[in-house]
Design a binder for this molecule. Structure first.
Ligand code: CA
Length: 438
């Protein structure tokens, strides 16, 4: 169940002034990440306003005990995998104690203040070592839009409403926000060409997704029942599944995405925990009349009542020229995340249903989240209808797909009545020219 406690109180303010009214990291959020300063080893931290609370220093401070101390110690190393493996109990104990230490009027302020690091001085790393990355395809409008482009007569394949479709991605190329997006070289074949060719890909696209960080895993051979699935999830992140559409079109049949998808995946560096999300859980949209009811291993009434998230997502683009002229980034799309045909719990339960071993720090992508209307589509492939329509920018420049120098930023905000909104921090990357072929 989603537990609302004193840490979610909308009246809470922090003595860290920048946290109050902060768009992403007010005291109600307290996301987990890994940071370093020049010359220091990386370690876990908690974002609060424009600062980071150093978990290693906090663990050594004598201010924690019990499960909260266990969690801070497990979060003191270069990855959060040990902390994620502890599951929700210690994670929640740490959250409650950190909230109490950072709240306005806290008696321990003088002891905690030296444990804060300005975020501007820190490099943010991936929060966990990712052993496995899986990308799903649960955005039904995206699946329909893309399906129409690849297969006009048969957009949604017959399995879609029975199975949460996914493929195993590439963990080695996941990077935190800010990593350069090097245009890949690839083999493509234009529809009217006689033969394929190899070189810098032309149709570089992004995909707006939600990422899910796994907490404690399961043993090989042991499924994760759907009513226990959320116990295995630590939290969420923004995820950009950069995509080479021209490679995808040529390579994807019959085994699905390969080099079109594995050259880079960007995530926002903070894990917004399941505890922080409690006020933003909402009912999954009912399935349209006539849609099949999922098989019992994918169905849980509690999950249907609160398995979706009240989250607004946005994508913006800034060209090199726009940045040079001081022109603000242009919004390409915005919309709610409520367009997922399957819930996160259904994704996890399906993934482990055959006994597949999942591990702490594994990353799952939801698949592109698009709305049904113009202005809410989560990829350029959809916005430009496969390059047939141009996006015009304030400088008069136009785009069908991303060009070198373009900066693409995903952002998201959880919004619910009576709750203080929280966010992820940026998930951005700038496109660089392809490596030259000599
Ligand atoms: Ca994807």
């Amino acid at each position: 169940m989603a537990l609302i406690d004193e840490t979610h109180d909308a009246a809470l303010r922090s003595w860290v002034e920048s946290a109050n009214g902060h768009g992403d990291f007010p005291i109600q959020n307290l996301p987990l990440g890994v940071f370093s300063r020049p010359g220091e080893t990386a370690r876990g931290g908690v974002a609060i306003g424009d600062h980071i609370l150093d978990l290693a220093a906090l663990a050594a401070s004598g201010l924690l005990e019990g499960e909260a101390l266990d969690a801070a110690r497990a979060g003191s190393g270069e990855t959060l995998n040990p902390l994620l493996a502890l599951g929700s109990g210690p994670r929640r104990a740490l959250r409650r104690r950190v909230s109490a230490l950072l709240v306005e009027g806290a008696a321990e302020r003088a002891q905690v203040e030296p444990l804060l690091v300005p975020m501007a001085e820190a490099t943010l790393h991936l929060p966990a070592r990712i052993a496995d990355y899986t990308d799903f395809y649960v955005g039904i409008h995206h699946a329909t839009n893309i399906g129409k482009l690849f297969r006009p007569d048969n957009p949604l394949l017959p399995n879609y409403k029975h199975v949460p479709i996914g493929y195993h991605g590439r963990a080695s190329t996941v990077r935190p926000s800010g990593a350069p997006v090097i245009r890949p070289n690839g083999q493509t074949k234009a529809p009217d060409a006689d033969a394929p060719s190899f070189g810098p890909i032309g149709r570089l696209d992004y995909e707006l997704e939600l990422g899910v960080w796994m907490a404690q895993g399961n043993q090989l051979g042991q499924p994760i029942p759907i009513d226990k699935a959320l116990d295995h999830i630590a939290g969420v992140t923004l995820l950009n599944d950069w995509s080479a559409r021209d490679v995808q079109a040529w390579e994807y049949q019959p085994l699905g995405p390969f080099l079109a998808k594995n050259f880079l995946t960007t995530v926002s560096p903070w894990i917004v925990t399941m505890e922080a999300l409690a006020p933003f859980r909402m009912a999954q949209a009912p399935r349209p009349a006539g849609d099949p009811r999922p098989l019992p291993y994918l169905w849980d009434e509690t999950d249907q009542r609160q398995g979706a998230l009240s989250l607004d997502l946005e994508v913006s683009l800034s060209t090199a020229r726009m940045r040079g002229e001081g022109v603000p980034a242009q919004r390409l799309s915005h919309g709610p995340a409520g367009n997922m045909y399957w819930t996160i719990a259904q994704m996890v339960a399906h993934h482990a249903s055959n006994g597949c071993e999942m591990n702490p720090g594994d990353l799952l992508g939801t698949g592109t989240i698009s709305g049904s209307e113009d202005g809410s589509q989560g990829s350029l492939m959809e916005i430009t209808r496969s390059g047939r329509e141009k996006v015009t920018l304030p400088t008069g420049e136009t785009r069908t797909f991303l060009e070198d120098g373009d900066e693409l930023t995903l952002s998201g905000r959880f919004v619910a009545e009576g709750a203080v909104s929280i966010g992820f921090g940026p998930c951005a990357g700038v496109v660089q020219a392809a490596v030259s072929l000599k």
